[in-house]
Design a protein around this ligand. Structure first.
Ligand code: CP
Ligand code: NVA
Length: 312
């Protein structure tokens, strides 16, 4: 695939990619990672500036984007708190129209997907979603890069996500559909993923040979699974619901009992931060099957590839 098709593009949700484009970004990320490991360096984005606007807390996203920029030769501007964007009552559109005069790309972590959509619509430079309440596409790229590296394939992989029907569930539905996986989602009743994103994933899966199933039985979801993923039971912005969610989410904890239903070669994934003793036990986090730190590392490689493609 010609890298030029990515030039100037936004990434707001993984559904912005065709299946071939999604797989291409992952391939570029792994290729750049291999070249980096040989000690070879190149800085294709010298002279460019990238704003990284964070309206929610972040450790991995902030560090991985900042380091990705530095390694590509670009200058990252980290914008958080009242000194960041979207403060002092300025409209989303005005913010976009000013920021595009200073920088070559804008990475945004915010609450509503509608805000980043409005921002990107008004903005002439590429906008990259670094997590919204609905989507976390950069995490999806990194996680599927990690599966491809570990398993040597994505199509046909049995991928179970057990937990809250949140931004990660939505991201895995789309990533799994784009890569032709057998995606099984299990959430407590009342915490299902958004029906419109499930429908979007099913429509994509029709063209890739993927399968999408959504239910409320964690044991059925992980049966024979090659990969099991989970995420926090209360996302950023839902802290006040944390205590009241614990009882309904308890049967969805990833522990060795649940793991026993999966393939003997199962891999465990978590976008992190993990809440040990809640959605996952220490035993599973520290198990030989856990690839959580590889996923975290690949955030940097995947985002480096993405920035080099959209700004190339
Ligand atoms: N996984 C992830 O996005 O981590 P942070 O919230 O620390 O950025
Ligand atoms: N679902 C989590 C993911 C954190 C990376 C959240 O939105 O808080």
């Amino acid at each position: 695939m010609n890298n030029d098709v990515f030039k100037g593009r936004d990434l707001l949700s993984l559904a912005d990619f065709t299946p071939a484009e999604f797989l291409h970004v992952i391939e570029v990320a792994s290729a750049q990672k291999r070249i980096w490991a040989t000690g070879k360096r190149s800085t294709p984005l010298v002279g460019k500036a990238v704003a990284i606007v964070l309206q929610k807390p972040s450790m991995r996203t902030r560090m991985s984007f900042e380091v990705a920029c530095v390694r590509l030769g670009a200058h990252p501007l980290i914008m958080t708190g009242p000194d960041g964007a979207f403060s002092r009552g300025e409209s989303v559109r005005d913010t976009a129209k000013v920021m595009e005069r200073y920088v070559d790309a804008i990475v945004v972590r915010t609450y509503a997907q509608s805000l980043i959509e409005e921002f990107a619509e008004a903005c002439s430079v590429p906008v990259i979603n670094a997590l919204t309440d609905e989507h976390h596409p950069c995490q999806g790229l990194a996680d599927f890069q990690t599966i491809q590296e570990r398993m040597g394939r994505l199509a046909g992989v049995r991928f179970a996500y057990v937990g809250d029907g949140n931004n990660m569930a939505h991201t895995y539905l789309l990533a799994g559909a784009l890569s032709g996986m057998d995606v099984r989602i299990a959430t407590p009743s009342g915490f299902e993923p958004d029906a419109s994103i499930v429908a979007q994933a099913r429509a994509i899966a029709e063209g890739t040979g993927g399968r999408i199933s959504v239910g409320i039985d964690p044991v059925a979801a992980v049966g024979g699974a090659d990969v099991i993923a989970t995420d926090t039971w209360a996302s950023m912005g839902q802290e006040s619901e944390h205590a009241s969610r614990l009882a309904s989410f308890q049967p969805f904890q990833i522990n060795e009992g649940l793991l026993a239903h999966a393939s003997p070669d199962v891999l465990f994934m978590h976008c992190l931060p993990a809440h040990r003793g809640e959605e996952v036990t220490d035993q599973v986090m520290d198990h030989a099957c856990s690839i959580v730190y590889d996923e975290a590392e690949n955030r940097m490689h995947a985002q480096k590839a993405l920035l080099s493609l959209v700004l190339g």
